[in-house]
Design a protein around this ligand. Structure first.
Ligand code: GUN
Ligand code: ZN
Length: 435
């Protein structure tokens, strides 16, 4: 079996943040490019004309010149158990949790159910071009085991954690007297650093954890600095009011997490719609990241994220689908929502910046930019092939342009899961449309 493969296609990736001042060198594009993969890692990238001549005979050449290769997409915030209640009608966050999310999550005490949903979810990610995700399970250990096993089986780089909750939620979803800490510790032991998997300590949000549980989660985070931490922050007005009542002494919602030691490198806060400059400064100082979840913010009517202020504060930001609050796992759809949500907030999002938020920027948010996010030599060869004729609308619009920035923006605006022709993990095909 050949270990080396070369993919000939149009190839696009980010070298840096196109939103920053010296943006001209942030993007690399080869109209007729060659991506050489050796043993799952990127060996070389460049113009096909130059590289083909020097390619040794043992390299398997894969011709896909009508496709656009980009790095695998990275979802910085998603709830796998909510895949079955996606697109639930008519409520905002707190009612939505009670009416739809919690009842759905109750079913995950059943390991068999968890395994079936996890397998569906992992395949759905790959079908949508998402190769890495930071994932909420439910409070049940079985649910975390199931998503890790599904990712391991498929060779995906994935981070997940069992939810921590011990108040203001249904009895069946409540952690026991030790606040779920020992269960989290066992899961860290079982999965963190195993192959491409990492663990995330996962207090759901400040409303559903007692002071004691938040304190214990902070202590666990300090004990395991290379383990992730994920939670929700300042998403919805009623939620923010309730947090202010539960934690009257804290300066802000963010401050609650900060004081319990939950904000540090590898902490990812979803939403952050209502934070101030003091919070931003502290988020940046701590090395924490924000998951920008525009699909969810629109669907649940939560509000508009201020990307410009986050960027000006130099906070790490990645895109998140937040399914089931978000109504699509597809990150092209989510980026299109991002553009629209930012427009409503007097901001904009060029296509290349959107690409960054779902690839290299997301990898930086997750401290994985030494492994994934672009095609720098030595990185893991997770990538997708996009199809510029995936629907009549995409085909017609893209035929009107030869400029790659314009084409990518149109593809992100018009595209959906049909645009993903193939998905590769470490140079290995894991999804091909139509097969
Ligand atoms: N805040 C607390 N839990 C959740 C959840 O499951 N989804 C979203 N969008 N926000 C939350
Ligand atoms: Zn969420």
């Amino acid at each position: 079996m050949t270990l080396r493969r070369a993919f000939r296609a149009s190839i696009l990736h980010c070298l840096a943040d196109p939103g920053e001042a010296n943006a001209s060198s942030a993007i690399e594009y080869f109209d007729d490019g060659l991506l050489v993969v050796n043993n799952g890692l990127v060996e070389q990238l460049g113009p096909a004309a130059a590289l083909l001549a020097g390619l040794s005979a043992d390299v398997e050449l894969i011709e896909c010149r009508d496709k656009l290769i980009i790095p695998g997409l990275i979802d910085c915030h998603v709830h796998y158990p909510q895949i079955d209640m996606i697109a639930s009608y008519g409520t905002q966050l707190l009612d939505w949790l009670e009416r739809y999310a919690y009842p759905t999550e109750c079913r995950f005490s059943d390991a068999q159910h968890a395994a079936e949903v996890a397998a569906y979810f992992a395949d759905a990610l790959l079908r949508n071009g998402t190769t890495t995700a930071l994932v909420f399970a439910t409070v049940h250990v079985e649910s975390a085991d199931a998503i890790f096993a599904a990712a391991e089986q498929r060779g995906m780089r994935l981070i997940a954690g069992k939810v921590l909750m011990d108040r203001n939620c249904p009895e069946q979803l409540r952690d026991g007297p030790d606040g779920g800490i020992e269960a989290s510790r066992k899961l860290i032991d079982r999965w963190h650093g195993k192959g491409r998997l990492s663990y995330a300590i996962t207090p759901r949000f400040a409303i559903t954890s007692s002071n004691r549980q938040l304190q214990a989660a902070g202590e666990l985070a300090a004990e395991f600095p290379d383990v992730y931490l994920q939670t929700h922050l300042a998403e919805n007005a009623a939620e923010i009011d309730m947090v202010a009542k539960l934690f009257p002494k804290n300066r802000s919602y963010y401050d609650v997490y900060d004081r319990f030691g939950l904000s540090r490198a590898r902490s990812v806060f979803a939403h952050c719609l209502n934070i101030d400059d003091a919070d931003r400064q502290q988020l940046q100082r701590r090395g924490a990241a924000i998951a920008f979840c525009p699909g969810s913010n629109l669907f649940l009517g939560s509000g508009l994220f201020d990307l410009r202020s986050a960027s000006n504060s130099r906070i790490r930001v990645g895109i998140g689908s937040d399914v089931g609050g978000g109504s699509s796992l597809n990150l092209l759809r989510t980026l299109s929502d991002a553009y629209k949500a930012l427009q409503l907030n007097g901001q904009s999002l060029p296509g290349f910046r959107a690409l960054y938020l779902a690839t290299l920027g997301a990898a930086k948010a997750l401290y994985l930019d030494d492994r994934i996010g672009n095609f720098a030599s030595g990185k893991e060869a997770d990538f997708i092939m996009l199809d510029s004729s995936s629907s009549p609308a995409v085909k017609r619009r893209l035929s009107q342009s030869t400029d790659v920035a314009e084409k990518f923006f149109a593809l992100m605006t018009l595209g959906d899961d049909r645009a993903v022709a193939a998905t590769y993990l470490m140079g290995r095909s894991v999804f091909t449309a139509g097969e």
